[in-house]
Design a protein. Structure first.
Length: 131
């Protein structure tokens, strides 16, 4: 079935609103819009969409900020299933996710994974600064 362009446009707008509210630190509204975007990709495309991993990444970051660590961890793991390179991108969402994952793995005692995500965060931050 062909999905009308307006539906994809709505998902794009939900994503932009979610990111704007995330940046403004209004995590409740960010979650609302991020969940709408994510549900759209899962319901309409059964997760087979270029932005599915990104939606999981954004949800993971929002859950972390809302202190829902287990939900955040689950979202991050699902992001990896859809895009193995999702945490290796030069953007602020990936930077935050790597910082959060480094912290989560450190708490869980997995220091190797914590170090891996800390190094990714440092590399991403350097890449963002010089662009």
């Amino acid at each position: 079935a062909i999905v009308p362009k307006t539906n994809n446009l709505k998902a794009s707008i939900w994503s932009k609103l979610a990111q704007a509210y995330y940046t403004a630190e209004d995590f409740t509204l960010a979650l609302d819009y991020a969940q709408k975007e994510h549900d759209f990709y899962m319901d309409v495309y059964e997760g087979i969409h270029v932005n599915t991993a990104h939606s999981f990444l954004l949800l993971g970051n929002i859950f972390t900020r809302l202190e829902k660590q287990e939900q955040a961890y689950s979202a991050y793991q699902q992001a990896l299933q859809y895009n193995a390179g999702i945490f290796d991108q030069d953007n602020h969402l990936a930077l935050d996710a790597n910082r959060f994952l480094s912290y989560m793995y450190r708490i869980k005692g997995n220091h190797a994974k914590a170090d891996q995500h800390a190094l990714l965060a440092i590399r991403i931050q350097k890449g963002i600064k010089f662009k």
